[in-house]
Ligand binder design. Structure first.
Ligand code: GUN
Length: 296
């Protein structure tokens, strides 16, 4: 029997609706409209598309959003000056600096300059450091990783005691998702470019998260029958029959995997929409933090 499809699009839509409702309730009570500032440096076309989607999602949810664009040759000081201004702007509750940054900028210092209370991406070194420690609570959890965990939970996967394998060790997805899986009491193996015999490891995985950026890298026979597969990859592959000349595929060979897994996310329509939904949630949370509320 083919796997259950984990419909990230529908799940994200219902989360976005929930955020919209909560935003409208707080505004009706006279509380501040949540505000998100996006910062994009340089002209990476994919980053521009993502940021535009984030701004549109804010608009739909009733969240105020302002976009800032700096040239690719902006200096460290210019970037940090803008961030300091946004840190001090009471209308802005969340600051998102789209990554990757152009070469020459110090990413760690840029992320470190964002106010901890406005770090809706959860990439501030203190928030990431807290995520890496037992018994510590980050103020914000990065959007894509928390979307992955949410989809796993919604699919009915058992995380506690599960063998979870994460392919990829990026700061944005692989590492934080691994830490969240540990917090959920899974036993986690992280595979990367130097790992030996990756298929032998993935075949033991009850939960498999693929975030390597290689089209259809994971084959059907790498998957343990009954596993839950979360595909974070979004890769363009040429396709002359497609209107745009390309189609999007994940890091997992979907047609093969769907015959083996218990549940799987499609690409597109799986993890992608969750990133935006979780960012909106984090922005609402930032506004509640600014109210002085215990957001729990
Ligand atoms: N680049 C790719 N994913 C993300 C994300 O979730 N946040 C930011 N800021 N940059 C990204």
């Amino acid at each position: 029997m083919p796997a259950q499809l984990i419909d990230g699009k529908a799940i994200a839509e219902s989360l976005r609706e929930e955020v919209k409702q909560k935003v409208s309730e707080r505004v009706a009570k006279g509380l501040a409209t949540p505000g998100l500032a996006t910062v994009i440096i340089g002209d990476n076309p994919a980053s521009k598309v993502y940021v535009r989607m984030k701004q549109k999602a804010c608009q739909d949810a009733g969240i105020y959003s302002v976009g800032h664009e700096l040239p690719g040759d902006a200096s460290q000081e210019e970037v940090e000056t803008l961030i300091r201004k946004l840190n001090n702007d009471p209308k802005i509750h969340g600051i998102l600096v789209q990554l990757p940054l152009p070469a020459g900028l110090n990413e760690e210092q840029v992320l470190n300059s964002i106010s901890l209370q406005k770090d809706v991406d959860g990439f501030h070194p203190i928030n990431i450091g807290r995520l890496a420690q037992k018994g510590r609570e980050p103020l914000f959890i990065p959007a894509t990783p928390s979307g992955v965990i949410y989809l796993l939970e919604q699919s009915g996967a058992q995380l506690e005691g599960a063998n979870a394998v994460v392919l990829g060790r990026s700061n944005i997805v692989g590492m934080p998702v691994s830490m969240l899986l540990v917090h959920a009491n899974a036993t986690v193996t992280i595979c990367h470019s130097r790992t030996k015999d990756i298929p032998a490891i993935t075949r033991e995985a009850d939960i498999l998260v693929a975030a390597v950026g290689i089209p259809e890298y994971v084959r059907g026979d790498w998957i343990k029958p009954g596993a839950t597969v979360i595909d974070v990859g979004v890769n363009r592959v040429e396709d002359a029959s497609a209107k745009r000349g390309y189609r999007l595929v994940g890091d997992v060979a979907f047609d093969e995997a769907v015959e083996v897994a218990r549940a799987i996310t499609p690409v597109p329509g799986g993890v992608g929409p969750m990133t935006i939904a979780m960012l909106l949630r984090n922005t609402l949370r930032a506004a509640r933090l600014a109210d002085g509320n215990d957001v729990g």
